[in-house]
Write a protein that binds this ligand. Structure first.
Ligand code: PMV
Length: 306
């Protein structure tokens, strides 16, 4: 019996979401405690099973057309368009929370099929195929999430769409908290595109400022200057609010994180709901911030060392 396994983790944008769609850089950290695992096994009938779906390719196309296109492309890539299989996916990454769940799904599936076909893949190959569903899901996708959910460390995703792992010598911790409201990335990306179309000068200028913040952020984090990096995160948040993707729920949690000693805080991912990320320099402070955020109503939160 043939079997394939693949997995990918969640991520949090520390700087640069949205502007990254317009070609500016972003810094994205892995959240290793949340992951998606995919298994492919031989079967005489195709069945796809996830935590909230069980059905055939036909039914999958109706519900999750991005994953359907991805599987079709994968079967063509391996020159096995008629292969029948059972694909089982299990994930503890909450969806629509700005944590890269769709990219993690795509990468886990691609890696599982590569393993099934005993194919020695490169990150670039996984990226190219996984982007098929990301582009379909988000309308327009920078690709930053796809690299971040594969990377073991924080990445600097640059204007050439190359990801470099930042080798850090830092004691930074991030606290990521779910605001309890959902944010659909495709809607957020569309809203920003509409705003940009209406006023290209102002919004183009916001993207430029966000790009400069991410460039500066790379220097600060490499130099372990967490106070300045935190300030840049909060500055980035102010620009995200100007883009129109922040919400009162997110703003409230950001304020609570800052009032409880965070060095910086912002929404993370698409926004319009979803999660926030706060930075701190000790595990004890991270635990305090997490406690305050939970007390304020965040249904779930996670601490990660970066
Ligand atoms: O909401 P998420 O986790 O899918 O992150 C989206 C990040 C954006 O910059 C808004 C979109 C992109 O393609 O980079």
């Amino acid at each position: 019996m043939n079997f394939g396994f693949g997995q990918a983790h969640a991520k949090a944008h520390l700087l640069g979401e949205h502007s990254v769609v317009y070609g500016y850089p972003a810094i994205i950290a892995p959240l290793l405690s949340l992951s998606t695992k995919a298994e492919v096994i031989d079967s005489d009938k195709t069945l796809i099973e996830t935590d909230n779906f069980s059905g055939t390719m036909f039914q999958l196309n109706y519900r999750f057309s991005g994953i359907y296109s991805l599987l079709t492309e994968l079967l063509n890539f391996f020159e096995e368009p008629d292969l029948t299989f059972k694909l089982h996916i299990k994930s503890n990454i909450p969806s629509k929370k700005g944590l890269g769940s769709s990219a993690a799904y795509a990468v886990a599936i691609v890696k599982a099929f590569c393993d099934y076909f005993d194919y020695d893949y490169s990150d670039e190959e996984v990226f190219k195929i996984a982007q098929i569903s990301e582009n379909k899901n988000h309308g327009r996708s920078s690709g930053g999430d796809t690299y971040a959910v594969m990377a073991e460390g924080p990445i600097f995703f640059d204007t050439n769409k190359d990801a470099t792992i930042l080798k850090l010598d830092t004691k930074a911790y991030i606290v990521v908290a779910d605001s309890g409201t959902a944010g659909l990335t495709s809607q957020a990306v569309q809203l920003v595109a509409d705003n940009y179309e209406k006023d290209p000068e102002t919004f183009g200028n916001y993207f430029k400022q966000m790009g400069a913040i991410a460039e500066k952020g790379r220097e600060e984090i490499i130099a372990d200057d967490l106070k300045d990096f935190g300030r840049l995160m909060t500055e980035n948040q102010n620009l995200l609010a100007k883009l129109g993707v922040s919400t009162p729920y997110l703003e409230r949690l950001i304020k609570i994180a800052l009032n409880n000693g965070a060095l910086g805080a912002k929404l993370t991912g698409g926004g319009l709901g979803g999660s926030i990320v706060a930075l701190t320099d000790t595990e004890a402070k991270a635990a305090e911030i997490k406690k305050a955020l939970n007390k304020a109503g965040a249904p779930e939160s996670w601490i990660s060392k970066i």
